[in-house]
Design a protein around this ligand. Structure first.
Ligand code: 13P
Ligand code: SF4
Length: 351
């Protein structure tokens, strides 16, 4: 059935020609990825969506990515997510009501002479990007987070970083911010579970969010690998926990991981801490150069929501377009899209 869906996708793409462009995140499964016109990490895909000429942008990724494509593309262009259930569990860990409450409470608890910049990871809903746009804040991705923090600290003394605590902490650490000046705001606790003193001392307030895929990787996976292969190289995504990041040789976005391993020396062994589809594809691509690529976790961990984009949904979406029907359009309402675009454009200008 997958083979048949693959043929349907090829036929529909040929019929659509330049009317549709298929953007694909690096975590997409192989039977979808093979149909991509363009691939990338979330920063690269944002830029590509903003530059796309096609009427229809088919986004093989997750919901927030298709929202960004809608926000950054021209008004007449249509952004489509082949399965509307393809969300991001980390993005769902923050919502506007909770962030607004946190903002109000922080404003009341902070020293009156201090100001705070809201920074949202791109893995967040459009209304949170809009919140940042409205409050002098900005968006970041895993490839530009330290640079974005630097920009933020040039504006104001403190940063509220959501939803991913790990990316926020790692980026702060790279900027030499002491660990005890980065505190976690737990939205389910009163005052975020923090004292006034902790808030007063903190440079970065980290939201209590994480990626359920990347939190599976453990320092013991790295220790075991290093014991077995002392010359091996470890590379991880900054959504991994702090200890995993600290023990890795390289840290970066999905695009960075692919580039670093591909351009790395031949006949090397790599342990990779990111999603399984990417790791398996990379392992196949570099095998001929004598590079061995290993997945970090001992369990299978895929991003189950990315996996929802399958050849059947993609074929159905494209065939509807051929028939003149648009299905699964992602349209961000104007009142969110305008301020969200401000925050995204600040990011693109800085990175
Ligand atoms: P990248 O920006 O590195 O592509 O990461 C997106 C993501 O969701 C990682 O889990
Ligand atoms: Fe979200 Fe994690 Fe999946 Fe990335 S890997 S899309 S952060 S759930």
């Amino acid at each position: 059935a997958d083979k048949e869906a693959g043929e349907r996708i090829r036929a529909a793409k040929a019929a659509l020609g330049k009317k549709a462009v298929l953007l694909c995140h690096h975590y997409q499964r192989a039977d979808v990825y093979e149909h991509a016109d363009l691939t990338g990490d979330s920063l690269k895909l944002s830029r590509l969506a903003g530059e796309a000429e096609a009427e229809n942008i088919i986004f093989c990724g997750v919901h927030f990515m298709a929202e960004v494509a809608d926000i950054l593309s021209r008004p007449e262009q249509i952004s489509i997510l082949p399965d509307l259930a393809a969300g991001c569990s980390m993005a769902d860990m923050a919502n506007l009501a909770k962030v607004e409450r946190c903002w109000r409470e922080l404003s009341a608890l902070m020293n009156p002479d201090e100001k705070i910049t809201p920074v949202t990871y791109i893995n967040s809903a459009a209304d949170l990007k809009a919140f940042c746009g409205t409050h002098g804040g900005i968006v970041c991705t895993s490839s530009n987070a330290p640079k974005i923090l630097e920009w933020s600290f040039n504006q104001r003394e403190k940063v509220l970083f959501f939803p991913d605590q790990h990316l926020g902490r790692w980026s702060g650490y790279k900027m030499n911010i002491p660990l005890d000046e980065m505190v976690i705001w737990n939205p389910d606790l009163e005052q975020g579970g923090l004292t006034r003193e902790q808030i007063s001392k903190a440079k970065i307030i980290l939201w209590h969010g994480f990626c359920s895929v990347h939190q599976m990787f453990q320092p013991r996976d790295i220790i075991k690998f290093r014991n077995q292969y002392p010359d091996g190289i470890v590379i991880s995504h900054p959504e991994c926990g702090f200890e995993v990041c600290k023990q890795s040789d390289y840290i970066g976005s999905t695009e960075y991981i692919l580039k670093t391993v591909k351009e790395g020396p031949p006949n090397t062994r790599w342990l990779v801490g990111t999603e399984l589809n990417l790791v398996e594809r990379l392992a196949r691509e570099v095998k001929a150069e004598g590079k061995i690529v290993q997945f970090m976790a001992s369990t299978v961990c895929m991003c189950s929501t990315m996996q929802r984009i399958d050849p059947q949904h993609l074929a159905w979406t494209l065939e509807n377009l051929v028939a003149g029907k648009t299905v699964n359009q992602i349209k961000v309402p104007e009142h969110e899209a305008v301020p969200a675009k401000t925050a995204l454009e600040r990011m693109l200008a800085v990175s």
